[in-house]
Write a protein that binds this ligand. Sequence first.
Ligand SMILES: Cc1cc2nc3c(=O)[nH]c(=O)nc-3n(C[C@H](O)[C@H](O)[C@H](O)COP(=O)(O)O)c2cc1C
Length: 315
Amino acid sequence: MKADLTTHIKSLTLKNPITVASGTFGTTDEYSGYVDPKKLGAIITKTITVKPRAGNPMPRICETSAGMLNAIGLQNKGLEDFLEHKIPYFKKLGVPLIVSIAGETTAEFTELAKAFEAHRDVVSALEINLSCPNVEGGGVNFMKKQERILEAVKSVREGTGLLTFAKLSPELGDVSAIAGTILKQGIDGLSLINTLRGMSVDIRSRRSKLAKDFGGLSGPAIKPVALRYVYQLKKEFGVPVIASGGISNVKDALEFLIVGADLLAVGTANFVEPGATQAIIDGLAAFCRKEGLRNIGGLRGSYKSAEEKVSGCKL
Ligand SMILES: Cc1cc2nc3c(=O)[nH]c(=O)nc-3n(C[C@H](O)[C@H](O)[C@H](O)COP(=O)(O)O)c2cc1C
């Protein structure tokens, strides 16, 4: 029996629920020696800003006991370069493309949204990065004021009718309240979670292992936190959710599917094992076959909560 991994998210139909988390897959072509990007359900780009950004000084990544810290600072070549060089590449590739965007002002959010609206033939959706821990303007500190988040999502909505996900982090504060507010503005779904701020110290120099004091923690260390947020927010709002946070193997992917994630974004694992996405896709198909499931849809949201267990238990 062939397992069907087809995933439907509103108007999108993806051949499987596996994608790459923003900023962890280069610009895709670098990985083509290890992974056939055509096999991915979708591709999420590095966050694109209007102007080019050099990012933060080096060192800006370091390994931690169960993950990594990064303080890249949204390095990218800017909107113009992306439109000129990357859009043609993705058009040829033909994999559903989700472009991650971040503005420093509301006008920039609108500009980015309009620019990608004009490329609907290539761009399937936008992910609004409202939670980068490593930049000043537009980053998680800036966005801590809820009215700024609201302005950002309104500006994007004004510029495009594309399917739009808001990427949030527990660092923003009350994620559930923020999600409730922005979903009322017509945002279609959520992307959970971005990295959690952490630090790592070199005991000889007594300085940070990064050029900055803090970086964003990712990888297996944050998986339980991500899983909890995906579960809680999916249950509360029932909207499409892109999950990221420590998804490294098929078991991780299954956990996120079971708590209700629609799309699974593999991030840090790409640095450890460039073929991780491929192994997960194959593993999901093998799991479905073994369990006698014709399609992956039956697994999604099948979590049985502890509350149910308690109420069903006769004492
Ligand atoms: C090196 C690196 C760069 C990242 N760059 C971005 C980015 O540009 N935009 C964004 O929204 N998230 C960015 N992230 C966060 C990831 O997309 C992802 O949400 C997070 O790392 C959790 O997933 P993981 O534990 O599988 O890595 C970055 C993460 C890493 C490790």
